[in-house]
Design a protein around this ligand. Structure first.
Ligand code: ADP
Ligand code: MG
Length: 421
Protein backbone atom coordinates (compact mmCIF):
# COMPACT_ATOMS: atom_id res chain seq x y z
CA UNK A 1 0.00 0.00 0.00
CA UNK A 2 2.75 2.36 0.91
CA UNK A 3 4.71 1.55 -2.23
CA UNK A 4 1.57 2.18 -4.17
CA UNK A 5 1.11 5.58 -2.62
CA UNK A 6 4.67 6.57 -3.40
CA UNK A 7 4.31 5.31 -6.95
CA UNK A 8 1.06 7.16 -7.36
CA UNK A 9 2.48 10.41 -6.11
CA UNK A 10 5.42 9.99 -8.48
CA UNK A 11 3.05 9.49 -11.35
CA UNK A 12 0.99 12.51 -10.46
CA UNK A 13 4.12 14.56 -10.31
CA UNK A 14 5.20 13.37 -13.74
CA UNK A 15 1.92 14.58 -15.17
CA UNK A 16 1.76 17.89 -13.41
CA UNK A 17 5.36 18.86 -13.94
CA UNK A 18 5.29 19.63 -17.70
CA UNK A 19 2.22 21.78 -17.25
CA UNK A 20 3.84 23.81 -14.51
CA UNK A 21 7.18 23.88 -16.28
CA UNK A 22 5.42 25.16 -19.32
CA UNK A 23 3.73 27.94 -17.42
CA UNK A 24 7.02 29.01 -15.96
CA UNK A 25 8.77 29.39 -19.28
CA UNK A 26 6.04 30.57 -21.60
CA UNK A 27 5.81 34.17 -20.54
CA UNK A 28 4.43 35.73 -23.67
CA UNK A 29 1.71 33.19 -24.03
CA UNK A 30 -1.40 33.19 -26.09
CA UNK A 31 -4.81 32.32 -24.90
CA UNK A 32 -4.63 28.59 -25.50
CA UNK A 33 -1.03 27.72 -24.85
CA UNK A 34 -1.61 24.15 -25.89
CA UNK A 35 -2.62 25.19 -29.37
CA UNK A 36 0.07 27.80 -29.79
CA UNK A 37 2.83 25.58 -28.49
CA UNK A 38 1.91 22.14 -29.73
CA UNK A 39 5.45 20.92 -30.18
CA UNK A 40 6.62 21.91 -26.72
CA UNK A 41 3.54 20.42 -25.11
CA UNK A 42 3.88 17.20 -27.08
CA UNK A 43 7.48 16.78 -26.02
CA UNK A 44 6.69 17.51 -22.38
CA UNK A 45 3.74 15.14 -22.36
CA UNK A 46 5.86 12.45 -23.99
CA UNK A 47 8.33 12.83 -21.18
CA UNK A 48 5.44 12.49 -18.72
CA UNK A 49 4.31 9.29 -20.39
CA UNK A 50 7.79 7.79 -20.38
CA UNK A 51 8.38 8.70 -16.75
CA UNK A 52 5.00 7.24 -15.73
CA UNK A 53 5.90 3.98 -17.43
CA UNK A 54 9.41 3.81 -16.05
CA UNK A 55 8.05 4.29 -12.54
CA UNK A 56 4.72 2.43 -12.56
CA UNK A 57 2.80 2.00 -9.38
CA UNK A 58 0.69 -1.07 -9.24
CA UNK A 59 1.07 -4.59 -10.45
CA UNK A 60 -2.32 -6.18 -10.66
CA UNK A 61 -0.99 -9.55 -11.63
CA UNK A 62 2.38 -10.42 -12.99
CA UNK A 63 1.37 -9.21 -16.41
CA UNK A 64 -0.45 -6.07 -15.44
CA UNK A 65 1.43 -2.91 -14.92
CA UNK A 66 -0.45 0.11 -13.88
CA UNK A 67 0.57 3.68 -14.37
CA UNK A 68 -1.07 6.95 -15.24
CA UNK A 69 0.21 7.28 -18.79
CA UNK A 70 -3.36 7.47 -20.04
CA UNK A 71 -3.83 10.81 -18.35
CA UNK A 72 -1.35 12.71 -20.54
CA UNK A 73 -2.66 10.80 -23.54
CA UNK A 74 -6.26 11.79 -22.90
CA UNK A 75 -5.52 15.35 -21.88
CA UNK A 76 -3.05 15.75 -24.75
CA UNK A 77 -5.58 14.50 -27.28
CA UNK A 78 -8.31 16.78 -25.94
CA UNK A 79 -6.17 19.92 -25.96
CA UNK A 80 -3.79 19.15 -28.77
CA UNK A 81 -5.92 17.32 -31.34
CA UNK A 82 -5.19 14.33 -33.57
CA UNK A 83 -1.53 14.96 -34.40
CA UNK A 84 -0.49 15.36 -30.77
CA UNK A 85 -2.56 12.30 -29.96
CA UNK A 86 -0.81 10.24 -32.65
CA UNK A 87 2.63 11.20 -31.42
CA UNK A 88 1.72 10.42 -27.81
CA UNK A 89 0.35 7.06 -28.95
CA UNK A 90 3.61 6.17 -30.69
CA UNK A 91 5.60 7.16 -27.60
CA UNK A 92 3.46 5.12 -25.25
CA UNK A 93 3.23 2.13 -27.63
CA UNK A 94 6.99 1.97 -28.04
CA UNK A 95 7.36 2.31 -24.30
CA UNK A 96 4.81 -0.40 -23.65
CA UNK A 97 6.41 -2.80 -26.14
CA UNK A 98 9.76 -2.41 -24.49
CA UNK A 99 8.19 -3.43 -21.20
CA UNK A 100 6.70 -6.53 -22.81
CA UNK A 101 4.52 -9.17 -21.17
CA UNK A 102 1.08 -10.59 -22.06
CA UNK A 103 -0.78 -7.46 -21.12
CA UNK A 104 1.06 -5.64 -23.86
CA UNK A 105 -1.47 -6.35 -26.62
CA UNK A 106 -4.44 -5.22 -24.67
CA UNK A 107 -2.61 -2.16 -23.48
CA UNK A 108 -1.58 -1.14 -26.97
CA UNK A 109 -5.01 -1.82 -28.41
CA UNK A 110 -6.50 0.24 -25.64
CA UNK A 111 -4.07 3.07 -26.24
CA UNK A 112 -4.82 2.97 -29.95
CA UNK A 113 -8.53 3.34 -29.27
CA UNK A 114 -7.92 6.21 -26.88
CA UNK A 115 -5.54 7.93 -29.27
CA UNK A 116 -7.85 7.53 -32.26
CA UNK A 117 -11.15 8.20 -30.49
CA UNK A 118 -10.48 11.03 -28.04
CA UNK A 119 -9.52 13.65 -30.66
CA UNK A 120 -13.08 13.35 -32.01
CA UNK A 121 -14.30 14.60 -28.66
CA UNK A 122 -11.94 17.58 -28.71
CA UNK A 123 -14.32 20.00 -30.52
CA UNK A 124 -17.05 19.17 -28.03
CA UNK A 125 -14.59 19.48 -25.17
CA UNK A 126 -13.59 22.98 -26.21
CA UNK A 127 -17.19 24.19 -26.05
CA UNK A 128 -18.27 22.92 -22.66
CA UNK A 129 -17.57 24.54 -19.32
CA UNK A 130 -15.03 23.40 -16.79
CA UNK A 131 -17.31 21.09 -14.84
CA UNK A 132 -18.49 19.26 -17.93
CA UNK A 133 -14.90 19.04 -19.02
CA UNK A 134 -14.11 17.29 -15.75
CA UNK A 135 -17.01 14.91 -16.31
CA UNK A 136 -15.86 14.14 -19.85
CA UNK A 137 -12.26 13.48 -18.85
CA UNK A 138 -13.43 11.26 -16.03
CA UNK A 139 -15.75 9.30 -18.30
CA UNK A 140 -13.11 8.73 -20.95
CA UNK A 141 -10.77 7.50 -18.28
CA UNK A 142 -13.36 5.10 -16.86
CA UNK A 143 -14.36 3.71 -20.25
CA UNK A 144 -10.77 3.13 -21.16
CA UNK A 145 -9.94 1.25 -17.97
CA UNK A 146 -13.15 -0.77 -18.11
CA UNK A 147 -12.12 -1.79 -21.60
CA UNK A 148 -8.80 -2.97 -20.22
CA UNK A 149 -10.48 -4.92 -17.48
CA UNK A 150 -12.99 -6.69 -19.71
CA UNK A 151 -10.47 -7.34 -22.45
CA UNK A 152 -8.24 -8.95 -19.86
CA UNK A 153 -11.13 -11.04 -18.67
CA UNK A 154 -12.33 -12.23 -22.07
CA UNK A 155 -8.99 -12.68 -23.76
CA UNK A 156 -6.84 -13.94 -20.93
CA UNK A 157 -9.48 -15.03 -18.51
CA UNK A 158 -8.13 -12.77 -15.83
CA UNK A 159 -10.27 -13.10 -12.75
CA UNK A 160 -12.20 -9.85 -12.41
CA UNK A 161 -13.96 -10.83 -9.16
CA UNK A 162 -10.77 -11.19 -7.18
CA UNK A 163 -9.38 -7.91 -8.29
CA UNK A 164 -12.51 -5.83 -8.58
CA UNK A 165 -11.64 -3.73 -5.54
CA UNK A 166 -8.26 -2.80 -6.89
CA UNK A 167 -9.69 -2.11 -10.31
CA UNK A 168 -12.29 0.20 -8.88
CA UNK A 169 -9.68 2.06 -6.96
CA UNK A 170 -7.48 2.43 -10.01
CA UNK A 171 -10.39 3.64 -12.10
CA UNK A 172 -11.34 6.29 -9.57
CA UNK A 173 -7.76 7.19 -9.09
CA UNK A 174 -6.92 7.72 -12.75
CA UNK A 175 -10.19 9.57 -13.32
CA UNK A 176 -9.51 11.92 -10.45
CA UNK A 177 -5.99 12.68 -11.61
CA UNK A 178 -7.22 13.24 -15.15
CA UNK A 179 -9.66 15.81 -13.81
CA UNK A 180 -6.91 17.41 -11.78
CA UNK A 181 -4.68 17.76 -14.84
CA UNK A 182 -7.50 19.18 -16.97
CA UNK A 183 -8.57 21.66 -14.33
CA UNK A 184 -4.99 22.73 -13.84
CA UNK A 185 -4.62 23.45 -17.56
CA UNK A 186 -7.91 25.32 -17.56
CA UNK A 187 -6.79 27.34 -14.59
CA UNK A 188 -3.45 28.24 -16.15
CA UNK A 189 -5.06 29.20 -19.43
CA UNK A 190 -7.47 31.41 -17.62
CA UNK A 191 -4.66 33.07 -15.70
CA UNK A 192 -2.80 33.65 -18.90
CA UNK A 193 -5.86 35.06 -20.57
CA UNK A 194 -6.51 37.43 -17.69
CA UNK A 195 -2.90 38.45 -17.61
CA UNK A 196 -2.89 39.23 -21.33
CA UNK A 197 -6.06 41.24 -21.22
CA UNK A 198 -4.72 43.11 -18.24
CA UNK A 199 -1.57 43.95 -20.16
CA UNK A 200 -3.59 45.09 -23.13
CA UNK A 201 -5.77 47.20 -20.92
CA UNK A 202 -2.74 48.71 -19.24
CA UNK A 203 -1.20 49.60 -22.58
CA UNK A 204 -4.35 51.25 -23.82
CA UNK A 205 -4.60 53.14 -20.58
CA UNK A 206 -1.06 54.46 -20.92
CA UNK A 207 -1.56 55.46 -24.51
CA UNK A 208 -4.81 57.28 -23.93
CA UNK A 209 -3.33 58.93 -20.87
CA UNK A 210 -0.48 60.13 -23.01
CA UNK A 211 -2.64 61.31 -25.80
CA UNK A 212 -4.55 63.44 -23.33
CA UNK A 213 -1.43 64.75 -21.66
CA UNK A 214 0.34 65.55 -24.88
CA UNK A 215 -2.54 67.36 -26.47
CA UNK A 216 -2.96 69.29 -23.25
CA UNK A 217 0.68 70.23 -23.08
CA UNK A 218 0.91 71.04 -26.77
CA UNK A 219 -1.92 73.47 -26.43
CA UNK A 220 0.17 75.89 -24.34
CA UNK A 221 3.01 76.45 -26.81
CA UNK A 222 0.55 76.49 -29.69
CA UNK A 223 -1.58 79.11 -27.96
CA UNK A 224 1.35 81.37 -27.35
CA UNK A 225 2.66 80.95 -30.90
CA UNK A 226 -0.78 81.87 -32.14
CA UNK A 227 -0.89 84.90 -29.84
CA UNK A 228 2.44 86.27 -30.99
CA UNK A 229 1.70 85.75 -34.66
CA UNK A 230 -1.58 87.63 -34.24
CA UNK A 231 0.25 90.47 -32.49
CA UNK A 232 2.74 90.65 -35.32
CA UNK A 233 -0.07 90.80 -37.83
CA UNK A 234 -2.03 93.50 -36.05
CA UNK A 235 0.62 95.97 -35.02
CA UNK A 236 3.65 97.29 -36.87
CA UNK A 237 6.28 96.75 -34.15
CA UNK A 238 9.83 98.09 -34.38
CA UNK A 239 12.31 95.58 -35.77
CA UNK A 240 13.90 94.74 -32.40
CA UNK A 241 10.55 93.94 -30.88
CA UNK A 242 9.64 91.73 -33.84
CA UNK A 243 12.84 89.76 -33.46
CA UNK A 244 12.11 89.28 -29.79
CA UNK A 245 8.65 87.88 -30.58
CA UNK A 246 10.04 85.63 -33.25
CA UNK A 247 12.61 84.30 -30.80
CA UNK A 248 9.85 83.47 -28.34
CA UNK A 249 7.88 81.77 -31.09
CA UNK A 250 10.89 79.63 -32.00
CA UNK A 251 11.36 78.65 -28.35
CA UNK A 252 7.75 77.63 -28.01
CA UNK A 253 7.98 75.57 -31.18
CA UNK A 254 11.11 73.94 -29.81
CA UNK A 255 9.28 73.06 -26.59
CA UNK A 256 6.49 71.47 -28.60
CA UNK A 257 9.01 69.52 -30.64
CA UNK A 258 10.71 68.22 -27.50
CA UNK A 259 7.46 67.01 -26.16
CA UNK A 260 6.54 65.27 -29.37
CA UNK A 261 9.96 63.63 -29.52
CA UNK A 262 9.65 62.31 -26.00
CA UNK A 263 6.18 61.10 -26.63
CA UNK A 264 6.32 59.63 -30.12
CA UNK A 265 9.25 57.40 -29.41
CA UNK A 266 7.32 55.80 -26.64
CA UNK A 267 3.96 55.61 -28.28
CA UNK A 268 5.16 54.12 -31.54
CA UNK A 269 3.70 50.67 -31.12
CA UNK A 270 6.02 48.68 -33.36
CA UNK A 271 9.50 48.58 -32.04
CA UNK A 272 11.90 49.70 -34.78
CA UNK A 273 14.19 47.34 -36.52
CA UNK A 274 16.76 45.68 -34.28
CA UNK A 275 20.15 46.31 -35.75
CA UNK A 276 23.72 45.82 -34.76
CA UNK A 277 24.89 49.00 -33.07
CA UNK A 278 28.50 49.93 -32.51
CA UNK A 279 28.34 51.76 -29.21
CA UNK A 280 31.59 53.76 -29.43
CA UNK A 281 30.84 55.67 -32.67
CA UNK A 282 27.26 56.09 -31.55
CA UNK A 283 28.48 57.71 -28.34
CA UNK A 284 30.69 60.18 -30.16
CA UNK A 285 27.78 61.04 -32.41
CA UNK A 286 25.47 61.70 -29.49
CA UNK A 287 28.13 63.80 -27.78
CA UNK A 288 28.61 65.85 -30.93
CA UNK A 289 24.89 66.52 -31.09
CA UNK A 290 24.67 67.44 -27.41
CA UNK A 291 27.78 69.64 -27.28
CA UNK A 292 26.16 72.97 -28.19
CA UNK A 293 23.49 72.37 -25.56
CA UNK A 294 26.08 71.51 -22.91
CA UNK A 295 28.43 74.35 -23.83
CA UNK A 296 25.66 76.87 -23.51
CA UNK A 297 25.28 75.73 -19.90
CA UNK A 298 28.96 75.66 -19.09
CA UNK A 299 29.05 71.89 -18.99
CA UNK A 300 32.01 70.03 -20.37
CA UNK A 301 31.26 66.64 -21.94
CA UNK A 302 34.13 64.22 -21.46
CA UNK A 303 34.05 61.00 -23.42
CA UNK A 304 36.14 57.95 -22.95
CA UNK A 305 34.98 55.24 -25.29
CA UNK A 306 38.07 53.07 -24.97
CA UNK A 307 38.94 50.96 -27.92
CA UNK A 308 37.83 47.73 -29.53
CA UNK A 309 34.48 46.74 -30.94
CA UNK A 310 31.37 47.00 -28.87
CA UNK A 311 28.37 45.69 -30.76
CA UNK A 312 24.94 45.51 -29.18
CA UNK A 313 21.49 44.94 -30.59
CA UNK A 314 18.88 47.64 -30.85
CA UNK A 315 17.23 50.38 -32.85
CA UNK A 316 20.01 52.99 -33.30
CA UNK A 317 17.63 55.93 -33.28
CA UNK A 318 16.02 54.88 -30.05
CA UNK A 319 19.33 54.06 -28.44
CA UNK A 320 20.33 57.55 -29.39
CA UNK A 321 17.23 58.98 -27.78
CA UNK A 322 17.85 57.00 -24.58
CA UNK A 323 21.33 58.48 -24.24
CA UNK A 324 20.25 61.99 -25.12
CA UNK A 325 17.58 61.96 -22.41
CA UNK A 326 20.07 60.92 -19.73
CA UNK A 327 22.73 63.37 -20.88
CA UNK A 328 20.21 66.17 -21.00
CA UNK A 329 19.19 65.46 -17.41
CA UNK A 330 22.84 65.39 -16.40
CA UNK A 331 23.43 68.78 -17.94
CA UNK A 332 20.27 70.17 -16.39
CA UNK A 333 21.37 68.85 -12.99
CA UNK A 334 24.39 71.17 -13.10
CA UNK A 335 22.93 74.70 -13.27
CA UNK A 336 26.33 76.21 -12.51
CA UNK A 337 28.16 74.09 -15.03
CA UNK A 338 30.57 71.25 -14.42
CA UNK A 339 31.82 68.05 -15.96
CA UNK A 340 29.76 65.25 -17.42
CA UNK A 341 31.73 62.06 -17.88
CA UNK A 342 30.63 59.49 -20.40
CA UNK A 343 32.49 56.24 -20.33
CA UNK A 344 32.25 53.03 -22.26
CA UNK A 345 33.24 49.82 -20.60
CA UNK A 346 33.47 46.52 -22.41
CA UNK A 347 33.58 43.40 -20.31
CA UNK A 348 33.16 39.71 -21.09
CA UNK A 349 29.53 39.44 -22.02
CA UNK A 350 28.19 42.91 -21.54
CA UNK A 351 28.76 46.49 -22.47
CA UNK A 352 28.29 49.31 -19.99
CA UNK A 353 27.81 52.98 -20.64
CA UNK A 354 28.42 55.15 -17.58
CA UNK A 355 27.11 58.70 -17.55
CA UNK A 356 28.20 60.62 -14.49
CA UNK A 357 27.46 64.19 -13.51
CA UNK A 358 28.49 66.28 -10.52
CA UNK A 359 25.18 67.99 -10.14
CA UNK A 360 22.30 68.16 -7.70
CA UNK A 361 21.93 64.46 -7.08
CA UNK A 362 18.80 62.77 -5.81
CA UNK A 363 17.45 61.16 -2.67
CA UNK A 364 16.80 57.42 -2.56
CA UNK A 365 13.08 58.02 -2.95
CA UNK A 366 13.66 60.08 -6.06
CA UNK A 367 15.95 57.45 -7.55
CA UNK A 368 13.30 54.83 -6.96
CA UNK A 369 10.74 56.87 -8.80
CA UNK A 370 12.86 57.43 -11.90
CA UNK A 371 11.15 56.17 -15.01
CA UNK A 372 7.71 56.80 -13.63
CA UNK A 373 5.62 58.79 -16.11
CA UNK A 374 5.31 62.48 -15.22
CA UNK A 375 7.77 62.22 -12.35
CA UNK A 376 9.67 65.47 -12.59
CA UNK A 377 11.23 67.85 -10.11
CA UNK A 378 11.68 70.58 -12.66
CA UNK A 379 9.33 73.50 -13.13
CA UNK A 380 9.27 72.92 -16.87
CA UNK A 381 9.92 69.19 -16.87
CA UNK A 382 7.74 66.67 -18.66
CA UNK A 383 8.78 63.70 -16.58
CA UNK A 384 8.69 61.65 -19.75
CA UNK A 385 12.37 61.59 -20.64
CA UNK A 386 13.49 58.80 -18.35
CA UNK A 387 10.32 56.83 -18.83
CA UNK A 388 11.16 56.70 -22.51
CA UNK A 389 14.76 55.81 -21.74
CA UNK A 390 13.76 52.98 -19.42
CA UNK A 391 11.35 51.60 -21.97
CA UNK A 392 13.96 51.69 -24.75
CA UNK A 393 16.66 50.06 -22.65
CA UNK A 394 14.19 47.44 -21.55
CA UNK A 395 13.34 46.60 -25.13
CA UNK A 396 17.03 46.17 -25.83
CA UNK A 397 17.35 43.66 -22.97
CA UNK A 398 19.47 46.11 -21.11
CA UNK A 399 19.46 47.32 -17.54
CA UNK A 400 19.73 50.72 -15.92
CA UNK A 401 21.47 51.27 -12.64
CA UNK A 402 21.45 54.62 -10.87
CA UNK A 403 23.73 55.73 -8.06
CA UNK A 404 23.12 59.18 -6.72
CA UNK A 405 24.05 61.30 -3.78
CA UNK A 406 22.32 64.54 -2.89
CA UNK A 407 24.59 67.47 -3.63
CA UNK A 408 27.35 65.28 -5.06
CA UNK A 409 26.07 63.97 -8.35
CA UNK A 410 24.53 61.07 -10.17
CA UNK A 411 25.86 58.12 -12.10
CA UNK A 412 23.70 56.29 -14.62
CA UNK A 413 24.96 52.93 -15.83
CA UNK A 414 23.38 51.26 -18.83
CA UNK A 415 24.28 47.64 -19.27
CA UNK A 416 23.58 45.76 -22.50
CA UNK A 417 24.30 42.22 -23.54
CA UNK A 418 27.10 42.05 -26.09
CA UNK A 419 26.38 40.31 -29.34
CA UNK A 420 28.92 38.07 -30.94
CA UNK A 421 30.12 38.48 -34.48
P1 ADP B 1 12.28 65.80 -16.80
O1 ADP B 1 13.73 65.93 -17.21
O2 ADP B 1 11.36 66.33 -17.84
O3 ADP B 1 12.00 66.32 -15.45
P2 ADP B 1 12.95 63.03 -16.70
O4 ADP B 1 12.14 61.80 -16.80
O5 ADP B 1 14.03 63.21 -17.72
O6 ADP B 1 11.96 64.25 -16.74
O7 ADP B 1 13.60 63.09 -15.28
C1 ADP B 1 12.78 62.93 -14.15
C2 ADP B 1 13.40 63.57 -12.92
O8 ADP B 1 14.49 62.78 -12.46
C3 ADP B 1 13.94 64.93 -13.11
O9 ADP B 1 12.96 65.90 -12.97
C4 ADP B 1 15.01 65.03 -12.05
O10 ADP B 1 14.44 65.45 -10.84
C5 ADP B 1 15.46 63.61 -11.84
N1 ADP B 1 16.76 63.38 -12.49
C6 ADP B 1 16.98 62.71 -13.61
N2 ADP B 1 18.29 62.67 -13.93
C7 ADP B 1 18.92 63.35 -12.95
C8 ADP B 1 20.31 63.68 -12.68
N3 ADP B 1 21.29 63.31 -13.50
N4 ADP B 1 20.57 64.37 -11.56
C9 ADP B 1 19.59 64.76 -10.72
N5 ADP B 1 18.28 64.49 -10.92
C10 ADP B 1 17.95 63.80 -12.01
MG1 MG C 1 14.68 65.01 -18.79
Amino acid sequence: MEAMMTGMINNIFFIIFPIILYQMFATAGQRNFFVSHRITMTILFSISIILCMVFPYQFLTEDYIFDLRQVPMIVGALYGGPVVSAVLFVVSAVGRISIGGDGMYIAILNQLIVAAGVPFLAPLYRKINRWWKAVLVFSISIVSLLFNMFAGYFIFGDPIHDLIGIWLMLILNQGAIGILAALLIEHLQRQEYLYNSLMRHEKMETVSHFAAAVSHELRNPLQSVKGFVQLLQEVEYPRARQLEFQQTILEEIKAAEDLIDDYLIYAKPAYGEMKRIEVAPELSHVVKVMSPYANARNVELMVNSGEGVSPILGDPQKFHQALVNIIRNGVEAMPDGGKLKIELETSGSSICVHIEDEGLGMTKEQVNRLGEPYFSNKSKGTGLGLMVTFSIVNQMDGEINVESELGKGTKFTLEFPKISK
